[in-house]
Design a protein around this ligand. Sequence first.
Ligand code: HEC
Ligand code: HEC
Ligand code: HEC
Ligand code: HEC
Ligand code: HEC
Length: 314
Amino acid sequence: MRFLFLFMLIVSAAMVPQMAFSEQAKTIDELVSSVDSSQCAGCHSDIHDNWSKSWHAKSVTDPRSLRTFRTFILKGIDKNKKPAGAKRTMLRDMCLKCHAPAALGASDELAEQIAGLVVTAVDDKDASKKEAAIKELSKLDINCITCHGVRTPGGLVEVRTTEGLVEGKLPAPPEPNTIFGPGDAKNPPHKDAIGFNTIKSENMKKSEFCMPCHHGCPPGMSSKECPTQWTVYQEHYIAHGGKQTCQDCHMQGKGGASHRFPGIYEKEFAATAIDLTLSATPTRHYDHLEDKMMPAIVMNVKLKNNSPHDLPHG
Ligand code: HEC
Ligand code: HEC
Ligand code: HEC
Ligand code: HEC
Ligand code: HEC
């Protein structure tokens, strides 16, 4: 009896993730209906424009991501089948949890369909099928609600028993009709306009906000073993007195500009990472072949990395 009870406990603990998503979506439209951010564009058009040019807005559909997802599906999952019997749902669990947190609400069947769409989007010979697959997948790209609909985007919430014991961890789904914001706005008209509550989240201005997606190592790993934006930032920047948050550097500029999120591909922004100082001092050099003194210079090269990241990185 005791054994049976223990067995039931283990089974129910293992079932928790499935139960929490018992209303799993069966189509992409169903999946994204609660995270549709088109209703934000009308009032926040500047931010929307900038976001749409950021890598976040292409987190599934930029060609680099799509091609790597495809290789992961065909070579990693289909071919290797590791762990034994591995399924294409691994794309959802291993990649999309950060590249498209909305996909975590997909049923296994839908997750397999999404993986199929990725392969079509990259490999199909028919250009119109490719285009249609990309259009469908773009609904999953990181949008306003991915970041503003949860307290910690991409973060895990603890699932507790009624006694308060931790049973497991689940990705936080968006809270319905809620916008989490930094709290600077006086009277956002969200309630009247779209029926959304606006809640201040202290997390929004902290680097921790970006961490769940820009990290991904098991806890306790150092930047030597797992050099992510987070570990390197903590060990080589914060530990040496660095004060700026991810937002201070990557969300500069008023209004829309804050949501452009420039990185290594923006030349002007990337250039702010490096201070290069060259100084030359004239000297003389004795040339043995010619047997005479020649004019020469001593070059002093100073290279400083101002960014809290390894260079090159990414
Ligand atoms: C912990 C979150 C996380 C997981 C899990 C994750 N990624 Fe990423 N990925 C990111 C972030 C954040 C970036 C952008 C930052 C960067 O380039 O370092 C990124 C960038 C990328 C890029 C672009 C790299 C470049 O600059 O060329 C590709 C391709 C990619 N990921 C593929 C994958 C694949 C395939 C998987 C699953 C096997 C995966 N990712 C799993 C967070 C994640
Ligand atoms: C990658 C995550 C992310 C995405 C995607 C995102 N935001 Fe934000 N947003 C933030 C963070 C973080 C802040 C707080 C910045 C601060 O105050 O330091 C913020 C601040 C804001 C603000 C208040 C400050 C300002 O600049 O006016 C508004 C309004 C806003 N976001 C709207 C939007 C809309 C609309 C979208 C979709 C088009 C969007 N956000 C997409 C992370 C995001
Ligand atoms: C009817 C117009 C309207 C719509 C629709 C709208 N917003 Fe806003 N929003 C505003 C205004 C106006 C402000 C206040 C701007 C200020 O005071 O700086 C605001 C402020 C914000 C803030 C900052 C709140 C804070 O904590 O300081 C965020 C975040 C935000 N909006 C996100 C969104 C998102 C996400 C959507 C879509 C789900 C959305 N908004 C839809 C008009 C709108
Ligand atoms: C929901 C997960 C998620 C959150 C939250 C998030 N990011 Fe990202 N971010 C990504 C992914 C995934 C990519 C890569 C998209 C791609 O290239 O396909 C990315 C790309 C970027 C890039 C461009 C990288 C490049 O190669 O140039 C920058 C910069 C960036 N993020 C900064 C931030 C900052 C700063 C925050 C916090 C305010 C943040 N992100 C929050 C997932 C996230
Ligand atoms: C002091 C300013 C500064 C801070 C703080 C900062 N960054 Fe960066 N970041 C940069 C600069 C400059 C670049 C471009 C050059 C480079 O790659 O170092 C960059 C590049 C990136 C890239 C793209 C290249 C890559 O390394 O993959 C991502 C993603 C990114 N940062 C995310 C973050 C996140 C997440 C945080 C917070 C944990 C953060 N940054 C904190 C200045 C900063």
